[in-house]
Design a protein around this ligand. Sequence first.
Ligand SMILES: Cc1cc2nc3c(=O)[nH]c(=O)nc-3n(C[C@H](O)[C@H](O)[C@H](O)COP(=O)(O)O)c2cc1C
Length: 280
Amino acid sequence: MFDFPIKETAQNRKSIRTYTGAPLSSQDKDKIRSYIEYLSTAPSPFEGKVRIRLFDISGDSEIKNPGTYGVIKNAKTFLGVAAEKCDTAEEAIGYIFEKLILYAQSLGLGTCWLGGTYNKSEFAKAMDVKENELFHIVSPIGYPAPKTHLINKIMRTAIKADSRKPWSTMFFDRNFDTPLTENQAGDFASVLEITRLAPSACNKQPWRIVKDGNNFHFYEKREMADENSSFDIQKLDLGIAACHFELAVKEKGLSGKFIKADPGLKAPEKTIYLFSWIAE
Ligand SMILES: Cc1cc2nc3c(=O)[nH]c(=O)nc-3n(C[C@H](O)[C@H](O)[C@H](O)COP(=O)(O)O)c2cc1C
């Protein structure tokens, strides 16, 4: 019912920071609400129940000041996402929320993951975040304006938002000493390419993936860790990568599942094993 073509959806998605200011049509709002409902019971490979809410911020909304510091312009509707705290809460948020972001894209709606540039306390109150929940992410959702504003252009240039790291720095064959070429990836080349297009915090693209036969081991290149916080924003990026990978393998008719299956490889500095996709 909610199927969308993953390749073109992932290719067309980019962070939208300038909106037309038009409210979501009731049809689009209904579709988004139904998809949120579907996601609330859909299976996820990551523990940690995820909860998503949609907020209209015009009129007498709970959100008076989204506080997006001029980064997001003319957005009238926002999404907020929280998850039960546990070891994989970040991956769970990344995996589930990216499904919604891609679904919104397939409807022609713009979104932008926001982990920093918004009024967190106001959203947390409106989300009614519980003590046992992790809450860090919101996104505007709406119709992209034909022209973007200057701050957006400056930001995109500064973080090279339109480019992605080359394959040789992200994908490996059996061990971290051997880069994986698109040729060697065979059936999985398009799957990894769709994964490569995923959004990530500051466009750091921290996913490192080692192919071993038809199994894939996912590692996080941890570059943004805050020593004073247990929250790791880059684990969200790994959940996002898992979402792209899984939608792409499913579309190809390949089956497998995400589990913990650490192959015990010698990994580069600050590169931490998180999970594997094992073919069935
Ligand atoms: C977890 C996460 C947090 C992000 N936080 C912000 C943010 O606070 N402000 C912002 O403008 N963009 C934010 N972004 C958007 C990224 O900068 C963007 O995805 C990246 O630069 C790649 O660009 P693209 O999404 O257009 O492909 C975030 C993205 C992710 C995945």
